[in-house]
Write a protein that binds this ligand. Structure first.
Ligand code: G3P
Length: 216
């Protein structure tokens, strides 16, 4: 399973990248706004900076909701760097845009996916990645991990090449469960990635080893 970080914060991207286990970055308009990135020039520049920091796929989301607008924006985003993946919302115009990007060799990430039906459409349109938002599904009282499992089954039976990119991760256990369910990628906040490191017995064990090392 590939690890992406789900942020537009450069310090967090660097910290995750320094671990040596980072395969890419996902952003969205909310995450960009959180970093105070405003205006087309600043947005494109920020994506370029991220591409220079991390050697992996970097998702950059279109803001248009019509086919022509998405294609125009997607072309501009894809021109920033070969690692840019154009992030497209799961709406009717988005499906058309996904197909256009697929036919024109531009990588895509279909976002805001909450059902198996949407996941099938994204795969049919040739999306490179599809992003089920498992945390938001859990928040609504449904089971996000169940969707990952259903998508894995459908994609495997049907031979769809689209990679399942589990998004809206809330905690380390989500990451472990996504790995169990066969997600291809997990995009996570830095805290959830670092949470995987933690175990009290590791800390206790290390303290004892270091104490005993003084007697060596
Ligand atoms: O980047 C898309 C997704 O990961 C958003 O997560 O935490 O806003 O539900 P969240």
């Amino acid at each position: 399973m590939k690890f992406f970080i789900d942020t537009a914060n450069l310090a967090q991207i660097k910290e995750a990248n320094d671990l040596g286990i980072l395969d890419g970055v996902t952003t969205n308009p909310s995450l960009m706004a959180k970093e105070g990135i405003k205006g087309e020039e600043a947005i494109l520049k920020h994506y370029k900076t991220i591409c220079e920091l991390v050697d992996g796929d970097i998702s950059a989301e279109v803001l248009s909701t019509d086919f022509a607008g998405m294609v125009d924006e997607g072309k501009k985003l894809a021109a920033i760097h070969p690692n840019i993946v154009v992030k497209v919302p799961m709406i009717k115009e988005g499906v058309k845009a996904l197909k256009w990007f697929t036919d024109n060799g531009i990588k895509t990430n279909c976002t805001l996916v909450f059902s198996a039906g949407q996941a099938i459409l994204a795969a049919k349109a040739g999306a490179t990645y599809v992003s089920p938002f498992i945390g938001r599904i859990d928040d609504s009282g449904w089971d996000g991990l169940e969707l990952i499992s259903q998508m894995r089954q459908i994609y495997s039976i049907q031979g769809f090449k689209t990679e399942i990119l589990a998004a809206s991760i809330r905690n380390p256990n989500h990451i472990i469960k996504c790995a169990e369910q066969g997600a291809d990628v997990c995009t996570c906040p830095l805290d959830s990635i670092l949470g995987l490191l933690k175990h009290p017995l590791t800390d206790i064990g290390l303290a004892k080893f270091l104490e005993d090392a003084k007697k060596m």
